[in-house]
Design a protein around this ligand. Structure first.
Ligand SMILES: NC(=O)CC[C@H](N)C(=O)O
Length: 309
């Protein structure tokens, strides 16, 4: 049986807190280094509208790489599968999320999947709109709709901090421009991408988005089909194969659910037909995943038999 109370989750949060000290907050984006390492929160949202949560649930955090799944959904809605996958691949890399190595060795040059930075930049490039500002507004509106929260916005300080320091991402983008994967002005793309990564919410909002994906793209409360079924399926499949960076295989064995993490410490889980999960814990392991968040999901997976495998 799935979790039925906040108290059950609180017990798991207390246990998972024990590993927080074994990780560190991300500091390659300077503004992320200010995060409080000890924070930990979890929320579960069911299609019938029940929400269970525990820990620091009102704490906001930036989506970072979790936004890659949502940008992919929008790009697929904008262009369809064929167009998108001519420009970005479908295979896991086994490399760190910001690696440049396979961009050069893969022929013809295209990023291996949309969950690594190179692939995410190529996907963000595909979001339609008349200007960078309009494209960002469209993405923000999409995410507000998915989370049923009109107040969702982005953290300007974190966006700027990443924009000012994102030279590795710039390098990936310029490499792809040389190979015609990206055709726009790179500074505009960096502006859009860093704002996308800085979209901010709490674990309750994230659990709601996870639930929409779990329900094949349908908002269970309004019955609105926000994401086409096939697009939701593609997103969840990437979450399984590439969602936890180069720890995705281990995570599939130990937890066994579609999930996507970000370096601010968020993890979005999506248990097909059952519920969405939102987690925030900024202390990260050496692969860039929330260390206590992963521990929490391992415990939840055992206790509630969540693995789909
Ligand atoms: N792994 C992540 O969350 C990376 C996202 C971050 N904004 C970056 O591009 O480096």
């Amino acid at each position: 049986m799935l979790c039925q109370s906040n108290d059950e989750l609180q017990l798991l949060v207390n246990q998972a807190r024990e590993v927080i000290e074994d990780g560190n907050v991300a500091d390659y984006i300077p503004a992320l280094a200010k995060a409080e390492q000890n924070k930990l929160s979890v929320a579960l949202f069911y299609p019938d509208g029940r929400l269970y949560s525990a820990g620091d649930t009102s704490e906001n955090f930036t989506l970072q790489s979790i936004s890659k799944v949502l940008a992919l959904a929008l790009a697929l809605i904008d262009h369809g599968e064929e167009y998108v996958f001519q420009r970005v691949g479908k295979e896991p890399t086994g490399d760190p999320f910001n690696s440049i190595a396979k961009l050069e060795t893969n022929k013809p040059s295209k990023p291996l999947n949309p969950m690594i930075n190179a692939g995410a930049l190529a996907v963000t490039h595909m979001i339609k709109g008349e200007s960078v500002g309009h494209r960002f507004e469209r993405l923000l509106e999409f995410i507000r709709c998915l989370s049923s929260n009109e107040t969702i916005s982005y953290n300007e300080e974190i966006a700027k901090s990443e924009y000012d320091t994102a030279d590795l991402n710039r390098a990936l983008a310029f490499f792809m421009k040389q190979h015609d994967v990206i055709t726009e002005n790179i500074e505009g793309l960096m502006d859009l991408y860093t704002k996308q990564c800085a979209i901010e919410m709490n674990c309750n909002d994230l659990a709601r988005i996870g639930c929409v994906l779990a329900m094949d793209g349908r908002n269970p409360e309004t019955d609105e089909q926000i994401i086409p079924v096939d697009v939701a399926r593609i997103c969840k499949t990437f979450m399984v194969t590439c969602g936890m960076y180069n720890a995705s295989g281990e995570f599939a064995i130990n937890v066994g659910i579609p999930a996507k993490s970000g370096v601010a410490g968020g993890i979005m889980g999506s248990i097909p037909k059952k519920c969405g999960i939102g987690i925030f814990g900024p202390s990260l392991d050496d692969k860039g995943n929330s260390i206590a968040g992963i521990r929490l999901l391992e415990m939840m997976s055992r206790q509630y038999s969540l693995s789909m495998f």
